[in-house]
Ligand binder design. Structure first.
Ligand code: NDP
Ligand code: GDR
Length: 354
């Protein structure tokens, strides 16, 4: 038996799972993550913290499992004996959720129920208290009912993904109220980073910019440029998850920056960081439109600030620049001057004057 805290994370291979693992390891936790078997490796984001489990002092372990497989979730809980469980696993792409609604809802909604039920039974059998974090989303607010959106704003989900998250939210509240489980819902607004999945709009843009500068891509095809999002930095947001589970009482919190920007504004800032004009590269493709769009998200993080002492650390322009620079660096292009030169040389374009 060890004295250190043990945490279990679903979705450990994702953007947030990787940052949360790093945070918990820094805090001295033993961290267990659930990964899915895939035909190609999908552990890029956590390879740098992977430890050989045979190592004496190993504190990071991976287990095969899936939120659609309740038996395995139960077995992993029994084996790992966590005191904190972070449920980050999901088919998390909103557009894709319209194409694969059943799988999306199975992982997002039923997956949450399976995990909560497993925790309930595990706690009853062992007497070990488990604190639970549910990865809720601003997508649950969907159609604008109130601006800014806060914990009390009514939900109006606009996609299978968001409908699944609303179910997961209320099921989490229900397990808290029915069985006295320390269960928290984080209602997190969009959060991005250099580890963001490559088909979400921010990363799609910053990767395209790097490729354009490197001469590997000519056009960037996007859908709706008018929707507005409250974009923050993922590394900050995983801190809020952890903070929620360290409070005296379980509760639900909006985590957001309190600012909103359109996709167009993101494009403007990101392209101008490398002295290019987005209008020269971006083309419309209707396949990226959603059957129902969420037009405007802007969160009110007052409760998280006051009760958790949480703060975002980056401004919107800093986040955009950080992401562009990281994608440039991944292609071996490291600073603004070089960027301007390379763009000029490879495309024979005139660098923009502003
Ligand atoms: P990612 O898409 O980067 O990661 C999702 C993770 O879930 C991956 O590890 C993925 O595994 C795993 N996963 C997918 N399906 C299953 C399944 N059936 N069983 C177990 N695991 C599964 O998401 P993020 O890291 O960006 O987000 C983390 C969570 O927070 C998600 O639940 C997301 O819906 C939610 N969220 C995200 C926000 C954001 O802006 N990033 C905002 C609000 C909520 P694999 O690598 O094998 O695909
Ligand atoms: P979102 O993020 O749907 O808010 O969900 P995404 O980056 O996919 O879309 C943001 C906005 O950009 C518009 N858009 C495009 N989106 C994508 N992916 N690809 C495009 O080519 C494109 N063109 C325009 C979209 O229409 C949308 O308005 C993310 C996910 O991480 C969810 O899991 C999470 O719950 C929410 O954020 C909060």
């Amino acid at each position: 038996m060890t004295d250190r805290k043990i945490a279990l994370i679903t979705g450990v291979t994702g953007q947030d799972g990787s940052y949360l693992s790093e945070l918990l390891l820094e805090k001295g936790y033993e961290v267990h993550g659930i990964i899915r078997r895939t035909s190609t490796f999908n552990t890029d984001r956590i390879d740098h913290i992977y430890q050989d489990p045979h190592q004496q002092d190993a504190r990071f372990f991976l287990h095969y499992g899936d939120l659609t497989d309740g038996t395995t979730l139960r077995r992993i809980l029994e084996e790992v004996k966590p005191v904190e469980v972070y449920n980050l696993g999901a088919q998390s792409h909103v557009r894709v959720s319209f194409d694969a609604p059943e799988f999306t809802v199975d992982s997002v909604a039923m997956g949450t129920l399976r995990l909560l039920e497993a925790i309930k039974d595990y706690r009853q059998r062992t007497g070990i208290d488990v604190r639970y974090y549910q990865a809720g989303s601003s997508e649950m607010f969907g159609k604008v009912m109130e601006i800014p959106q806060k914990e009390t704003t009514p939900f109006y989900p606009r996609s299978p993904y968001a409908c699944g998250k609303v179910y997961a939210h209320w099921q989490t509240v229900n397990h808290r109220e029915s069985y006295n489980i320390f269960a928290c819902n984080g209602i997190l607004f969009n959060h991005e980073s250099p580890r963001r999945g490559e088909t979400f709009v921010t990363r799609k843009i910053t990767m395209a910019i790097a490729r354009i500068v490197a001469g590997q891509q000519k056009k960037l095809y996007l859908g709706n440029l008018d929707s507005k999002r409250d974009w923050g930095y993922a590394k900050d947001y995983v801190k809020a998850m952890w903070l929620m589970l360290q409070q005296d009482e379980p509760d639900d919190y909006v985590v957001a920056t309190g600012e909103t920007h359109s996709v167009k504004e993101f494009l403007e800032l990101a392209f101008s960081h490398v002295n290019l004009q987005w209008e020269d590269y971006v083309e419309f493709d209707e396949r990226y439109l959603r059957p129902a769009e969420v037009d405007l998200l802007i969160g009110d993080p007052t409760k998280a600030k006051e009760k958790l002492g949480w703060q975002p650390s980056l401004t919107f322009p800093q986040l955009v620049n950080l992401m562009v620079d990281a994608d440039l660096e991944a292609l071996g292009i490291s600073n603004g001057d070089k960027v301007q030169d390379q763009a000029y040389i490879r495309h024979n374009m005139r660098p923009s004057v502003n």
